[in-house]
Design a protein around this ligand. Sequence first.
Ligand SMILES: N[C@@H](CCC(=O)N[C@@H](CS)C(=O)NCC(=O)O)C(=O)O
Length: 211
Amino acid sequence: MDLLYFAPGSASFCVHWLLIEMGEAHALHRVDLAAGEQRSADYLKLNPAGVVPTLVLDGEAYNESGALLLMLADRYPDAGLLPPTGTAGRNAAYQWLVLMANGLQPPFRAWFYPHEPAGEAAKDAAKDMARQRIEAFFDRVEAHLAAGGPYLLGDRVSAPDFFLAMLCRWSRNMPKPATEWPALRGFIDRMRARPSFKVLCEREGLTEWVA
Ligand SMILES: N[C@@H](CCC(=O)N[C@@H](CS)C(=O)NCC(=O)O)C(=O)O
C-alpha cells in the first residue's frame, strides 16, 4: 500500500489530498516536525533533505511534492488528473508544476524560514523579498486564470491545481493572501468545495482556511 510521510498543512498536504481525491488506499506516518523527526537518521535515509513529504511506492521512497503529484497521477490514470502524454494539456501541466516548484514554493520557504536565505540578521529583508515574489506570482496566475480558467489547464481540474491550492492556503496569514485576487478566489473556492478537501482537513486536524 502507498505510504505517505506527512505533517499537517505542510508540503505533504497536496499529496495527501490527491490520495484522498483519487480514492486510493494509503497508509500515513505523521512526522513530528517540532521534535525534529525529519532530521533523524532513519528519516534521512528516506528523504536526504530532511523535509516532508516522502511517498513510498512499491517499497521505493520518493521526494518532492510536485513530483509526487505527477507520479500519483501517472500511477492512477483512471482519476484523470493529467491530460494524455504528448498533448498540449500535458505540456502545460508540466510547465505549471515546475514553474510553481521553482518560482512560488521557494519564496514560501523563505517566508516561513526567513533565516535560511541570509541568516538571522537579514530575516526582515528575506520576508519582504519573499512577499514581493509571492504577490508577483499570484499576479501572473490571476491573469492566466482570468483569461483561461477556472483551473490552471482550463475547464478541468488537474494535478497542478492541488499544488496551487496548497500554496494559496499557505498565504492565508500573509499581508495579501491569495483570496484577495478575484480569479484566484474563485479557483480557491472551487478547490475548497471538493469533498476530498473536507476529508483532508478532518484527517489532518486543520480548522483554518476550511470552506
Ligand atoms: N520542495 C520540497 C519542500 C519540502 C519542505 O520544505 N517541507 C517543509 C514543510 S512545508 C519541512 O519539512 N520543514 C521541516 C524542516 O525544514 O525542518 C517539497 O515540496 O517536497
